[in-house]
Ligand binder design. Structure first.
Ligand SMILES: [Zn+2]
Length: 511
């Protein structure tokens, strides 16, 4: 029934706007992994990065473009000639390449950021879009800070962009300042005022500074926008962007009030959310809509009683609709390799034989330590394994003495480029001792910025989920690990972060 509804394009910018949020930078591999999952989920447009920003960004966008099959792969560019040339070169190999170029149009941005007058900005719009159109057929143009731009001037710039060949016009609420009725009215007024408005796709890009990003995006859709820019978990600058999972589910659950559909396979939402959280080290708020740990938990007796009688009493969508499996309890130590492989496949993982063996070994070790292994445990094992491949420093052994009689001590053995190294350290508590031992065995100047512990599932034998963020002169790296032993997970997370930090430094030096 909903198949006949008009489709809204989902434009994901987790890899560009999301990656720009402080502390959320991702490695090349992680970007490819996320892009692969987004494409599999049916995301229409993937904004893969900002190719002119760095060599690393350029390479990530190029590789995502090369591996893409059906999604439009988009590279961001400012209005300068070199930016646009760079974006064009990066997306060149995509099956469906797009250049997304932008310039600020609000008085405050033009004056203080660009130091350009309105005429110069108008001229830059036509020139930049024209240059992009010479490289690709699909060009998106954004009026940065559109919601604080004078309406007549905004119309002029959009007109210039359409005349120069833009095919999508994006109206960003860059500073997250709009209210829904106001943003919706702006989209409607623009579509009415601009002569060729029916020749382009209108797009929303809303920030969440007032918690209104999703509401504003949906108001845009109600008023004629046909593309929504958003990110997994609402990742993005400051308070973030519109959350993809919320935008998609709001349309799916309520086609009676918002009669549109998206092409997203919603059963991938939970996994995408977990993956982005793991890669960035940004935890998902427990009560986050759609993907939070508690989004489908019914605690109060009255609610539980209602749920047992009929799930529709309190549930407007089913957990399985967003990829939270119903039979979460899965496997134990007697489960075989075959069942394990099938289970991983049902969770969306196809591993090559070596990786599968490795994962199976880790699963067995976990099943020995912990009675029941849940889906989330398996996802944690495999995701960590995938992100740790090719690391220089590996944890081999850790021994800790802790308790009421200090000092607490840690002795550690690691392998660095294949050679074994050991160290011992004492500290204020076992975590401090572990981190000091790592510093002794692999000296570095990265500062510990964040240390955070959660549990993957419930129970005292649950795996600890530890995130560590290191900051090395402005380069941030997040490591995350899981283990039934909190201290082992802490050491692993620290080492993952250190590996990433060093890899990023080498890359920067090479550039
Ligand atoms: Zn943005």
């Amino acid at each position: 029934m909903t198949d006949t509804l008009p489709q809204i394009r989902i434009f994901d910018t987790t890899l560009r706007d999301g990656e720009q949020s402080p502390g959320a930078s991702m490695t090349h591999r992680e970007k490819l992994e996320i892009a692969g999952l987004l494409e599999e989920m049916g995301v229409d447009v993937i904004e893969a990065g900002f190719p002119a920003a760095s060599q690393g960004d350029f390479e990530a966008v190029s590789e995502i473009a090369r591996q893409s099959k059906s999604a439009i792969i988009c590279g961001l560019a400012r209005s300068s000639e070199s930016d646009i040339a760079r974006a064009g070169a990066a997306v060149r190999l995509a099956a469906r390449p797009r250049i997304h170029t932008f310039i600020s149009t609000s008085p405050v941005h033009m004056k203080h950021k660009l130091k350009m007058g309105p005429n110069a900005v108008l001229e830059a719009v036509g020139r930049s879009v024209g240059q992009a159109r010479n490289l690709v057929d699909d060009v998106e143009w954004s009026a940065e800070d559109a919601t604080r731009t004078e309406f007549d001037f905004l119309c002029k710039t959009i007109d210039a962009a359409i005349t120069a060949g833009a095919t999508t016009i994006n109206v960003p609420d860059t500073v997250g300042y709009s209210h829904p009725q106001e943003y919706g009215a702006l989209i409607r007024a623009l579509i009415e005022a601009i002569p060729d408005s029916d020749k382009v796709t209108w797009s929303t890009h809303c920030h969440n500074d007032l918690g209104l990003a999703v509401a504003n995006s949906l108001a845009g859709v109600s008023n004629g926008a046909r593309q929504v820019e958003c990110t997994i978990n609402g990742l993005g600058e400051r308070a973030g962007n519109a959350a993809l999972e919320e935008v998609v589910m709001a349309m799916r659950v309520r086609p009676d009030t918002l009669a549109y559909r998206t092409g997203i396979d919603t059963t991938g939402l939970h996994r995408a959310s977990q993956m982005v959280s793991r890669v960035t080290g940004f935890p998902i708020q427990f009560n986050k809509a759609i993907v939070g740990k508690n989004a489908f938990a019914h605690e109060s007796g009255i609610h539980q009683d209602g749920m047992l009688k009929n799930t529709q009493t309190y549930e407007i969508m089913r957990p399985e609709d967003v990829g939270v499996s119903d039979s979460n309890l899965v496997m134990g130590k007697h489960s075989g390799r075959h069942a394990f492989r099938d289970k991983l496949a049902s969770l969306g993982y196809e591993l090559d034989p070596d990786a599968l063996n490795d994962a199976f070994r880790r699963f067995k070790a976990l099943a020995d330590a912990k009675k029941q292994v849940f889906d989330d445990d398996l996802v944690a094992i495999v995701d960590e394994q995938l992100s740790a491949e090719g690391e220089r420093i590996l944890l081999k052994r850790l021994h800790i003495v802790a308790g009421t009689d200090g000092p607490q001590t840690a002795s550690i053995e690691v392998e660095i480029d294949g050679a074994s190294h050991t160290a011992e350290a004492s500290g204020n508590g076992p975590v401090d001792a572990v981190f000091k031992a790592i510093r002794a065995v692999a000296p570095h100047d990265g500062k510990l910025d964040l240390y955070q512990v959660h549990t993957v599932t419930g129970g005292t034998d649950a795996q600890a989920d530890v995130s560590v963020r290191l900051n090395g002169e402005g380069i941030m790296a997040v490591g995350r690990s899981h283990d039934v032993d909190t201290l082992v997970a802490s050491a692993q997370a620290y080492i993952h972060a250190l590996n990433k930090l060093e890899a990023r430094r080498r890359k920067r030096m090479a550039a």
